[in-house]
Structures are given as C-alpha cells and as structure tokens.
Ligand binder design. Structure first.
Ligand code: ATP
Ligand code: MG
Length: 357
C-alpha cells in the first residue's frame, strides 16, 4: 500500500483553468492504472479574481496552508486586463519559488512525431534533452542602484550573486541527472566576457565534476550555445545554466520543438523539505481563453514530471508514451493544426493511460 500523495491543484487564471481539468483527468487515470493513492485539493486563490476581491493574490497564511503538500500542480497565473503582471507573478509563483526553495527549474525539451518542427529537417528523436536552470540567485537580484541620476555622469550598477552552496547544488543535480542518462553534460558559461562570476562558475563545475569522472563535460559560451540549440540540437543531453542563461535557454529549447502548448516544467526542492511545483511553460494566454482550444499537453506532461519526482517513474513513462501516441494518432488542438478541443485531447490521453500495458 503506497503512501497517499497530497497534491495542491492551483488552476490560476485564463487557460490555466481550461488545462487543469485535463491534467487532473490524466493524473487520476494514472493513479487508477498504477495503484497510486492521490489526494488532490483544489485551491481557489493565487489568481487575479482573488486579487480583485481581496487586494492580495493569496491569503496571509498561504505558506502554512501549502507546506503539508507533497507538490503543487499549477496552471498559469496572470490577467493583465485587471492585474499588472508584476503583481500577479510576484504575489504567487515567485513567492513559491523563493519561500519553498525550489532551486532547480527543470525543462525537458523533446521533439515528437506529429508536431511540426520550426527547424528544417528535424525528426522525433533528434531533439531530446533537459535544461536545468538555477532558480533562486545569480543574475536576478535587486542589488545595485543608480548613481548621479539625471546627470550626464549617470551610472547604473546591477549585481549578480552566486553562492558556493547555491551553485554547487544545481551543478550536482545536473551531474546526477546526466549520470542517469547519456553521461553528457553541457555547462553554459560566459567566462570570456563576465570576468569574475563565470570563471568561478566554471571552476565549481570542475570541482563538482571530480565526483563524476565518467561524465563528459562540455563548457560552452552562452552565445554559441544558443546557436547550437538551433543548429545542432542533437548534441545535447543535460544542459545546466545560471538563472539568466537558463531562463533564455529554457524558452529557446521548447521554441525549437514546435508549440509552447507542449512544454512542461518543474520547480524542484529536491530534498523535499518543501513542496515542489509543476506547471506548463506557457502563461494564461488571454487571447485564446474561453474557446476551449488550449493545448493541455504541457499541463499533462507537467503532471507526469510530478509523479516521477514523487517516485512513480512507471506512471510518468506511461503518460509520456500516451502523449507520444496521441500526438501521432489522436486529436490535435489548433496550435498543432487540428480542430480538436482541449477536452478531446485530455480524454484521448487519459484513455491511453488507463489502457497502458
Ligand atoms: P506569460 O507572460 O505568462 O508568459 P504570455 O501571454 O506572454 O504569458 P503565453 O500565455 O504563454 O504567453 O502565450 C503566448 C502565445 O502562445 C499566445 O498567443 C497563446 O495563445 C499561445 N499559447 C500559450 N499556451 C498555449 C496552449 N496551451 N495552447 C495553445 N496555444 C497556447
Ligand atoms: Mg510570456
């Protein structure tokens, strides 16, 4: 008898509300098929309606309310027509990342059969790698300021912060992942231009790498690395990067594999001291909300990552296989050139998971 997994489901705004039911449908199918005991609680805050009603995105005791969960399953947040993005984002998602120390942002990048690829001549199997982004420090700080403001001597300084602990833990996570895959790790750097932090980052990569002598490490400057994502995506397996570089790579990667409607992500606290968070890469997409045509696969795949992280690899694999088969033979939403509804795709994948062998 497996332990019950406690999941907080936060649909959020816009198409988050349309893809969440499909994500839950597939999770429930997987739970049934693989005998996983799930407790899913729906949370109806962390959305812009709640902000309009209360003046805050979340209740004051949000952290206490969520701390007991194994994971947060998150749709999308943001409704710019009523609520500025910096309020909705900083008031919910970014708080989770920081306060729950979700220091790994993991984004699989994979090309599937049946999905038009913007890179000419690529087929399924050519692109299949993981981007590991440092999620809590690095270039994203509010340290710095403006000197001599308004004069012609005006100077702006923006600091970066790399701690040894923060850097080593993301590098180690990436080496561990590489160990389980093809033993190839690409380290994003810019030590030829950023003269202090990046040479140090490279040194830390070497220091941690001493524990992983059988992994082939390739350090690449971020400029050429982005070019290689487009020109030679088949050479990557696990790619690790600082917060800023990882942000760029983890948008570029999914862009190379077709629609943003497929791309999943995980914000991990690997030690499980706090809940980790699983969400599609896409946002709330106000432009298509209400039509029932959002692609639910990014949400569904994010749910698979959640089950994998919580110890159910076989359920993850079955969901990913169902996604593969559905993209090959099943209904497609308009972003993939089809006419199917969000629910058609969710039902098709859930059915495949229920019948998984
Ligand atoms: P954010 O600021 O949160 O990234 P955004 O509005 O900039 O939000 P998205 O919400 O990701 O970006 O939408 C970008 C484009 O991709 C939109 O045109 C949207 O319609 C489309 N899109 C996003 N998600 C999906 C999806 N699941 N299915 C189909 N199209 C999508
Ligand atoms: Mg955006």
């Amino acid at each position: 008898m497996s332990q019950t997994l406690k999941i907080a489901a936060i649909a959020g705004d816009g198409i988050g509300r349309e893809v969440m039911p499909e994500g839950l449908r597939v999770l429930e199918a997987a739970a049934q098929r693989f005998g996983i005991s799930l407790q899913i609680d729906t949370i109806d805050w962390a959305n812009c309606d709640y902000y309009q009603q209360t003046g805050a995105m979340m209740p004051e005791d949000w952290k206490a309310q969520l701390s007991g969960y194994d994971a947060i399953y998150f749709g999308a947040v943001g409704w710019p027509a009523t609520t500025p993005d910096h309020i909705s984002l900083w008031g919910s998602l970014l708080k989770f990342r920081r306060e729950f120390d979700q220091y790994i942002n993991l984004r699989p990048v994979r090309l599937f059969d049946g999905v038009p690829c913007p890179l000419a001549g690529r087929k399924a199997g050519d692109i299949d790698f993981l981007v590991v982004r440092e999620n809590t420090e690095g270039e994203y700080t509010n340290l710095g300021g403006i000197l001599f403001e308004g004069t012609d001597r005006e100077i702006v300084i923006q600091e970066s912060v790399f701690s040894r602990k923060g850097t080593d833990r993301v590098l180690r996570f990436a080496y561990e992942l590489a160990q389980q895959r093809k033993r190839k790790l690409t380290v994003a750097t810019k030590s030829n231009g950023i003269a202090i932090s990046m040479p140090w980052w490279d040194q830390r990569a070497d220091a941690i790498g001493a524990d992983y002598p059988d992994i082939a490490v390739d350090k690449q400057h971020i400029d050429i690395l982005t070019a290689h994502f487009v020109l030679q995506p088949q050479r990557f397996d696990v790619v690790v990067a600082s917060n800023l570089f990882g942000d760029i790579l983890s948008d570029l990667g999914p862009a190379c594999t077709g629609t943003i409607g497929l791309a999943p992500s995980a914000n991990l606290n690997p030690e499980r001291d706090f809940p980790s968070l699983f969400e599609p890469v896409h946002g709330s997409a106000p432009d298509i909300y209400g039509q029932g045509i959002a692609n639910p696969i990014a949400m569904i795949w994010s749910g698979a990552l959640m089950l994998q992280f919580l110890g159910h690899a076989e359920a993850h694999d079955a969901i990913v296989r169902a996604i593969e088969d559905s993209l090959k033979q099943g209904p497609h939403t308009p972003d993939l050139g089809g006419q199917a509804k969000t629910t058609d795709v969710g039902q098709d994948i859930a059915e495949r998971v229920r019948n998984a062998t």
